[in-house]
Write a protein that binds this ligand. Structure first.
Ligand code: SF4
Length: 452
């Protein structure tokens, strides 16, 4: 039985979220969408399509918008990327499809592909029509998918279209993984993530929420299903390993983001420090500003050239008022019961190129909240061991090794995709992985048990 109704009820737009986290890029109006669609050159070998990890046929869906065929446009998008709605909001299009648009060659603004895509998908969702796909004829086969993030969702949709039962297990109360809990609300609102997944439930994808799958449970699922897909995502945020880290007010940035998105965190204290310089750090820092912090500092051991956040995210954070402290290392966390300040030291390059503390450069930064965004561990400890004592699936640096053409792991019955295989990339990469694995699983099952 689907749990769809339970997450429908969980949707909700708190006034705070609507007011503080208004969409970064507002939707197109009907008047504005046609001129933009008609600007597209409908390139034959469209570089925008090549740049999209899910290879959405961009000129085709834009052409359909231009000719008033919005349902056909949505179908073109969803056929390639079942999470086309969330990707239209969350994708870093500046470095993907829009970054590849030929308009750059003519010194013109690239076509606003993401906003056009969002227009077509929102029109479908707002119409109340179901997804434009039917489940395939039942093949009597079942697949368990571990984790309800984008990789598993895309894999499950592909399996359902091929007539294979797909049951997704997740320890959290809501599906969507980072789409629901981790993408900044001004990019992808939680309610939009859930609305998209409700559409998938119409395909017959089953959900089991609040179900943590440990090694024992995984072994059971292996025996009761024809295949298993590992969409585990990543685990806890790394800790600094210094004194004071257990003080109240020191927490991980992803928990902070999930907290405000789900309505449990309603404000930020006056002084916030974010440690790390990836996209999660930027999202957390901007959220702290929007939740009322007076000063938000982002601290990083290196310089702006080395930060892993996209440069447009960095520019956005500066516009929002985030302050950056480069070449600093946190060496202490001060407070009694609750964090009061960080002890920082400036770093300089040594003769061998490594960064070392500069003597006499130590200083304090007062803060009431410290958000850690320094990378995440993996969940692969949950996989358990095979009968010979070796890991159930082959790992490399904590990541699940897969055949990139099929998503199959070293254990033929196990497939995998998304962050647990790539260490943490974009939502659209997880969708591409999940879709590929869905096709791979169906082909493998067909080879094991030919039907018809
Ligand atoms: Fe249209 Fe730009 Fe893609 Fe060409 S590259 S099809 S102009 S969006």
């Amino acid at each position: 039985m689907s749990d769809r109704s339970s997450f429908q009820q969980a949707r909700g737009d708190t006034p705070l979220l609507a007011e503080r986290f208004a969409a970064l890029h507002p939707p197109f109006s009907r008047q504005a969408v046609l001129p933009e669609a008609n600007r597209c050159l409908f390139c034959f070998d469209a570089p925008c399509t090549t740049a999209c990890p899910t290879h959405i046929d961009v000129p085709r869906f834009i052409k359909k918008i231009a000719t008033g065929n919005l349902a056909g446009s949505a179908r073109t998008i969803l056929d390639a990327n079942i999470l086309g709605g969330s990707c239209a909001r969350a994708c870093p299009v500046e470095v993907l499809c829009e970054g590849a648009c030929v308009m750059h060659r003519y010194n013109k603004q690239p076509i606003q592909i993401a906003r056009l895509q969002r227009f077509a998908i929102d029109a479908l969702y707002d119409s109340g029509a179901p997804l434009p796909f039917e489940p395939g004829p039942d093949r009597g086969q079942t697949v368990a998918l571990i984790g309800a993030g984008p990789a598993s969702l895309a894999c499950a949709a592909e399996l359902r279209r091929k007539g294979i039962c797909a049951t997704i297990y997740d320890e959290r109360a809501l599906p969507g993984g980072l789409n629901t809990y981790g993408v900044a609300e001004y990019k992808l609102p939680l309610k939009e993530s859930l609305r998209e997944i409700e559409m998938l439930a119409e395909l017959g994808v089953e959900f089991r929420f609040g179900t943590a799958v440990d090694a024992t449970a995984l072994a059971d699922l292996e025996h009761t299903h024809d295949a298993v897909f590992l969409g585990l995502g990543l685990g806890a945020v790394h800790r600094l390993g210094i004194a004071g880290e257990k003080l109240a007010g020191v927490t991980d940035a992803l928990d902070f983001i999930a907290g405000y998105k789900s309505g449990q965190v309603l404000s930020a204290p006056a002084r916030v420090a974010v440690i790390g310089a990836g996209n999660t750090a930027i999202d957390a820092a901007i959220a702290a500003v929007r939740l009322g912090a007076k000063t938000v500092h982002l601290l990083y051991r290196r310089g702006p050239e080395q930060m892993s956040a996209f440069s447009f995210e960095y520019e956005h954070a500066k516009q929002e008022g985030v302050r950056f402290l480069w070449h600093v290392q946190t060496i202490g966390i001060q407070g009694t019961g609750h964090v009061k300040a960080l002890t920082l030291v400036e770093l300089v390059p040594s003769a061998d190129g490594s960064l070392v503390p500069q003597s006499g450069s130590q200083f304090m930064l007062d803060c009431d909240l410290v958000l850690l965004a320094i990378g995440q561990s993996t969940h692969t400890d949950r996989l358990g061991l095979a009968t010979d004592g070796a890991p159930k699936v082959q790992l490399e640096r904590g990541r699940v090794l897969i055949d990139h053409a099929t998503g199959q792991t070293s254990h033929p019955k196990f497939f995998a995709g998304g962050d647990c295989t790539n260490g943490g990339r974009e939502v659209v990469d997880a969708v591409a992985d999940g879709k590929r694995a869905g096709i791979g699983i169906a082909a493998w099952l067909e080879a094991q048990h030919p039907h018809g």
